[in-house]
Ligand binder design. Structure first.
Ligand SMILES: CC(C)(COP(=O)(O)OP(=O)(O)OC[C@H]1O[C@@H](n2cnc3c(N)ncnc32)[C@H](O)[C@@H]1OP(=O)(O)O)[C@@H](O)C(=O)NCCC(=O)NCCS
Length: 146
């Protein structure tokens, strides 16, 4: 399977929405997917043959920090390295802006995501109780880049 990382644009909206809705019980609203500022980093992983969106990453930089808001891979394509490719791309974009800290929140129940973040060097620095409003706690993670 060959894929590229491309900028998110409105032409990918429906596919990205569908991927988000099939992965999260409390999915982003349409306006959150479409919101873009000059500091946004919004990318899709795109299968070359079909132009099918396989994954999506969304975050932003502010001053000397970056925030990773969302990363998601189409269910049937998970655990094949696409999430890692998107995250690596995001980290390189952040580095290119001379920013050396990335923050994120993740559900403490989300083992695959936590494992991926740890693999990239993210460390846990805190916890927010009932962050998702359903009794589920969030783990706060950060990556310090060299
Ligand atoms: C988290 C997610 C983005 C990872 O993307 P992916 O393409 O499946 O991940 P990769 O194939 O690149 O794997 C990267 C690492 O993640 C971990 N991982 C991925 N899938 C896993 C699974 N099912 N169980 C345990 N660990 C898993 C592993 O550490 C893996 O590294 P390894 O293969 O060397 O062990 C994907 O599982 C997903 O979309 N999950 C639903 C949405 C979500 O929870 N997003 C994160 C919160 S915003």
């Amino acid at each position: 399977m060959s894929y590229i990382i491309d900028d998110f644009t409105e032409k990918y909206f429906c596919q990205v929405k569908q991927i988000i809705h099939s992965n999260f019980s409390n999915p982003w609203k349409d306006k959150d997917i479409l919101f873009k500022s000059s500091n946004s980093i919004k990318k899709v992983a795109l299968e070359l043959n079909s132009c099918k969106v396989l994954g999506y990453i969304d975050g932003y930089t502010v001053l000397d920090e970056a925030d990773l808001l969302l990363i998601v891979v189409r269910k049937e394509y998970q655990n094949k390295g696409i999430g890692s490719s998107l995250l690596r791309y995001f980290i390189n974009q952040v580095k290119a802006k001379n920013i050396n800290k990335i923050f994120l929140e993740v559900s403490e129940k989300n083992e695959p995501a936590i494992r991926m973040y740890k693999k990239f060097g993210f460390e846990i620095y805190g916890k927010r109780d009932n962050y998702y409003g359903n009794g589920e706690n969030a783990i706060l993670m950060r990556l310090k880049l060299e």
